[in-house]
Design a protein around this ligand. Structure first.
Ligand code: FE2
Ligand code: FE2
Length: 194
């Protein structure tokens, strides 16, 4: 595991400064949440180091790379290719960094959109990405998400997705189908039984 992290860290160090700071914040937060929720800390850290490996690619590069990798491109991703940096990043981690840990790859793949049926590792990375220190400074509303994340990952993700839904509606952003599926999943599973 260690050599993979070292190779990744060297690649991450060549990314733009702001992105490197974000990734370092996500690593710290992923380690903290992993310890709290019984997820293997080193594997969570590996996912955190790798999750934004494709984040600096331009929208057109992401579309070209997604097609080259044979990924299905949703119309929402066509409209907002930035949504492809998770799936493209997971493929790059597998191809160029020999990472074969299925949970690490899934955590990277779905870190932006979420999905129904996320593993605890996926939930930890999803939330770490949203509540790391840099993003917390930019958005006060995330404080509720952070408080929930310490004790209930599902409730924290649902709170984040609800905030995202309001923002998406206000800005007329389309919702990614996997984000809708994730919210439905957490909404239905968190609802008290009638
Ligand atoms: Fe990302
Ligand atoms: Fe990120």
């Amino acid at each position: 595991m260690r050599p993979q992290i070292e190779t990744l860290r060297a690649a991450v160090a060549r990314l733009p400064r702001g992105l490197v700071e974000h990734i370092e914040g996500v690593v710290a937060e992923a380690r903290r949440l992993a310890r709290l929720h019984g997820v293997d800390e080193e594997r969570a850290a590996l996912a955190a180091w790798g999750h934004d490996i494709a984040r600096a690619l331009s929208p057109s590069e992401l579309l070209v790379e997604a097609r080259r990798l044979g990924l299905a491109v949703d119309p929402v991703e066509e409209e907002a290719p930035i949504l492809l940096h998770g799936p493209v990043g997971a493929a790059i981690l597998s191809r160029d960094f020999a990472i074969d840990d299925a949970e690490v790859l899934a955590a990277t793949r779905y870190h932006t959109t979420g999905r129904a049926g996320m593993s605890t590792m996926e939930k930890v990375l999803f939330l770490a990405d949203k509540i790391e220190a840099g993003k917390m400074r930019a958005e006060a509303a995330l404080a509720t998400v952070r408080q929930l994340a310490d004790r209930d990952l599902d409730a924290a993700i649902l709170e984040y997705l609800d905030q995202h839904l309001v923002e998406a509606s206000r800005r007329a952003w389309p919702l990614h189908p996997q984000t809708v599926a994730a919210r439905n999943h957490f909404l239905l599973t968190n609802r008290p039984k009638r």
